[in-house]
Design a protein around this ligand. Structure first.
Ligand code: PLP
Length: 395
C-alpha cells in the first residue's frame, strides 16, 4: 500500500483519536534511521516515544525474538514460564526490588501499582481510596491511570474517575505535606515528568515525598515508564535522587518495541495474594524474551554511553539557547530524555513539522517544549545535524 491508500482507510475507519498524523508510514529501520514507503530516510529522535531504546534492526535483539518465535509465543499464567522467570530475576537483580508483575503496557503497570496500594490499605483495615498525584503528570489512558494523571484535559469527558486524588503542584512542598494525610494509600509521581514537558522534580520535593510516605504509611509509587530502563543515564531515574520507591512501574523501552509493562515492589509493599490480579497476555514468552534481551543490553557500558552522549546533546541544546536566547527559554531533562522549551512566539508543533519535512523525527510535550527521546545508539554526528537544522529554523 502507498501512503495515500493507508491514509484513506485510517480516515474512514480508525477511531479519530490521533487526528491528522505526520505523513509517513515506516517500513523498516537501521540504527537510528527509519525508512518510509517512498524510501525516504529519517533520523529518529523519538524512538517510538522512548520505546525503541536499541534503535532499529539490532541483530542480537532480532535473533532473540526469532529464536523465541521458533519455540513458543504464548502459553498462559496457569503454567510456569522460563522467559518470565528470567526477566523477573534480571529485573529484581538490576533494581533491588523483590516482586514483579507483568502486564502489556504502561497503563496496566500503573493499574497494578494502584491496586497494590489500595489492597494494602484494605488489608490494614482501612476503606481509604485516597491517592496523591502531581499536576502535569501523565500515567496512562485506562480509567484508573487516567484519574492518576493530573491534567484536566484528559479527565473531563470521562468523569467520575477511579478513586479520589489530590493533585499537587510539582515542587510545592507545603502543598504535598498538606495532601499526604494519614488516610492516603499511595503517592504517585514521575521524577522527570515526560508528557508534562520534560520537567524534573526538585531533589527536596522527591525526598519529602519519601519522608511523608514513611511517616504516614502511604506507599510511594514512582512511575518510571518513560524515565526507566536507562533513559536518564541511570537504570532507574530515582537513582538520580537517591530515593527508593515502594513500587515502580516500567514499560516503554522494556520490550524494545514488543508490548510489555512491569510493576515492581518491595516485599513489604506486596499486598497481593492469589487471585488479586492477573492477565491473559501479560508476561508471555515473546515479550519476556524481548525484555530479557533489552535488560541485558542496558549494562554499565550502555548507561555510561547514555550519560556521555546525553551530556553532549544537552550541551548542544544549551549552545543553541545561547545563540537564540529569545527563542529557547529552557533546556531540560537528563541523559537522553531532553527538552527545549520555546518562547510563546514559537509553535512547537510547527517546528516539529518543519523538522519532519527535513527528515528529523522529534516530539513535543507540555505547553511549548520540543522533546527528544532518541534511541541509545544515536551518534554524535546525528545529533550535530539535528542541532544545525534546528539552528536554521530558529534564525
Ligand atoms: C507512556 C507513559 C504511560 C502510559 O503507558 P502506555 O503504555 O501508553 O499505557 C504512563 N506513564 C508514563 C510516565 C508514560 O510516559
Amino acid at each position: 500500500m502507498d501512503l495515500s491508500e493507508i491514509k484513506a482507510i485510517d480516515a474512514a475507519h480508525f477511531m479519530p483519536v490521533f487526528g491528522e498524523r505526520l505523513p509517513a508510514a515506516f517500513t523498516h529501520g537501521e540504527g537510528a534511521k527509519l525508512y518510509d514507503t517512498t524510501g525516504a530516510e529519517y533520523t529518529d529522535f523519538l524512538a517510538g516515544i522512548a520505546v525503541n531504546a536499541l534503535g532499529y534492526s539490532d541483530e542480537g535483539f532480532k535473533n532473540a525474538l526469532k529464536a523465541q518465535v521458533d519455540s513458543i509465543i504464548h502459553s498462559c499464567n496457569y503454567f510456569y514460564n522460563e522467559q518470565q522467570a528470567q526477566l523477573t530475576a534480571a529485573l529484581c537483580e538490576k533494581t533491588g526490588y523483590d516482586r514483579v508483575f507483568f502486564g502489556n503496557s504502561g497503563a496496566e503497570a500503573i493499574e497494578c501499582a494502584i491496586k497494590l496500594a489500595k489492597k494494602r490499605a484494605f488489608a490494614k483495615g482501612s476503606a481509604s481510596a485516597k491517592f496523591v498525584s502531581l499536576k502535569g503528570s501523565f500515567h496512562g489512558r485506562t480509567l484508573a491511570s487516567l484519574t492518576a494523571t493530573g491534567q484536566d484535559k484528559f479527565h473531563v469527558p470521562f468523569e467520575p474517575g477511579t478513586y479520589s486524588y489530590a493533585y499537587v503542584e510539582a515542587n510545592d512542598c507545603a502543598a504535598l505535606t498538606q495532601a499526604v494525610t494519614e488516610d492516603v494509600c499511595g503517592v504517585i509521581l514521575e521524577v522527570i515528568q515526560g508528557e508534562g514537558g520534560v520537567n524534573a522534580l526538585d531533589m527536596r520535593f522527591v525526598k519529602l515525598a519519601r519522608e511523608l510516605c514513611d511517616r504516614t504509611g502511604a506507599l510511594l509509587i514512582i512511575d518510571e515508564i518513560q524515565t526507566g530502563m536507562g533513559r536518564t543515564g541511570r537504570f532507574l531515574a530515582q537513582e538520580l535522587y537517591d530515593v527508593k520507591a515502594d513500587i515502580i512501574t516500567l514499560a516503554k523501552a522494556l520490550g524494545g518495541g514488543v508490548p510489555i509493562g512491569a510493576c515492581l515492589c518491595t516485599k513489604q509493599a506486596c499486598s497481593f495474594t492469589a487471585g488479586d490480579h492477573g492477565s491473559t497476555f501479560g508476561g508471555g514468552h515473546l515479550a519476556c524474551a524481548a525484555g530479557a534481551y533489552v535488560v541485558g543490553a542496558i549494562d554499565d557500558e550502555m548507561l555510561a554511553r547514555i550519560e556521555t552522549i546525553g551530556a553532549y546533546f544537552k550541551d548542544g541544546l544549551r549552545a543553541l539557547k545561547k545563540a537564540h536566547p529569545s527563542s529557547i527559554i529552557d533546556v531540560k531533562g537528563a541523559g537522553l530524555m531532553l527538552g527545549a522549551e520555546l518562547s510563546p512566539q514559537h509553535s512547537v508543533a510547527a517546528i516539529k513539522t518543519e523538522l519532519f519535512s527535513k527528515k528529523y523525527i522529534i516530539g513535543t510535550a507540555g505547553t511549548n517544549t520540543l522533546r527528544f527521546l532518541p534511541p541509545y545508539i544515536i551518534l554524535e554526528t546525528e545529533i550535530d545535524s539535528l542541532l544545525s537544522a534546528l539552528d536554521e529554523l530558529l534564525k
